[in-house]
Each structure stands twice: as C-alpha cells, then as structure tokens.
Design a protein around this ligand. Structure first.
Ligand SMILES: [Fe+2]
Ligand SMILES: [Fe+2]
Length: 160
C-alpha cells in the first residue's frame, strides 16, 4: 500500500499550499500529488451528496471520477521517472480524504473554478519542466482536464 512521504504536511490545506508552490516536482512531491488527487474524488463525491439539484450533483461527480484518473496518471509518471510502484490510496488509506463537505454555494463553486484553473497552470509548469516526454504528456492530460473541471464548476454556478 502506498504511504504518504514522512515530509508530507498534516492537513490538506497545508498540502495544497505546498504543492501549489512546486515548479520542479521531486518524488515526494509527486507522491503527495497522488494522495491529493485521490482525495479530490472523495471531496467531489461528498459535495455532490449535498448538491442543491441533480444537475449540479452530476457535474461534481464527473469531476470526482476524473480526479482519480489524475491520481493514476501521476502514479504512471512516478513509475516512468523513478521506477517506483505507487498506486493511488483508497479513501480509507488517505488522511486527506473524508473531511466534512461544505454546502454547495456560489462562493464555494467560484473557489472550485479558481482551484481547478490553478491546477491546470501547475500541471503545465510541471510538464514544461519535465524532460521525459511521456511523463510530461501525462501532466498535460491532467492539465487539460483541470480546465474542464473549472468549466463544469462554472456551469454548476448557472444551475444554482
Ligand atoms: Fe486533478
Ligand atoms: Fe480537477
């Protein structure tokens, strides 16, 4: 089972703060990102449960499914770059997963749009700074989908 690096921040807020400042990811940074992406699935599914209507719930669930795909792609990049097997954790194995979901408000969804757009920029930076073409392509695929997530969150705002 995959373990968070000993250096990983204790809270999800601190973990995002750390990862958002990374321009050249180390192995520990990539492991942390696998855990954060995997927690994104749980977070979106929890938000979807409290969504005010079915349309918004489906948009949030679609984002959640793809966050686990992102965790898988970062795992593939780790194997490619470092030869290390590091599969995404289950929600039970992930200390960043399973927090209480906030109510789905306009302000929350606007924050999601900003966070997802930021995630796109972060992966593009990592792709640009990764010499291995296959690993860089995995980061670019995630970047494109983070933009799509921001668009889904913006669409959800129109359904409030
Ligand atoms: Fe993601
Ligand atoms: Fe996302």
């Amino acid at each position: 089972m995959s373990q968070l690096p000993a250096t990983a921040p204790a809270t999800i807020g601190e973990a995002f703060k750390h990862i958002n400042a990374v321009t050249h990811p180390t192995l520990d940074d990539l492991k942390l990102m696998v855990f954060l992406e995997a927690s994104g699935q749980s977070s979106y599914l929890a938000l979807a449960e409290g969504a005010p209507n079915a349309g918004i719930a489906e948009l949030l669930r679609a984002n959640g499914r793809e966050e686990m795909d992102h965790a898988q792609r970062v795992s593939q990049a780790i194997r490619r770059l470092y030869g290390v097997d590091f599969p995404p954790p289950t929600a039970e194995q992930n200390p960043y997963a399973g927090g209480p979901a906030a109510p789905v408000t306009r302000a929350l969804l606007e924050g999601v749009v900003r966070g997802e757009d930021n995630g796109c920029a972060l992966y593009m930076t990592w792709a640009d700074n990764t010499a291995d073409g296959e690993a860089a392509e995995l980061f670019r695929l995630n970047a494109v989908e983070e933009t799509l997530h921001g668009q889904r969150a913006a669409q959800a705002i129109t359904l409030l």
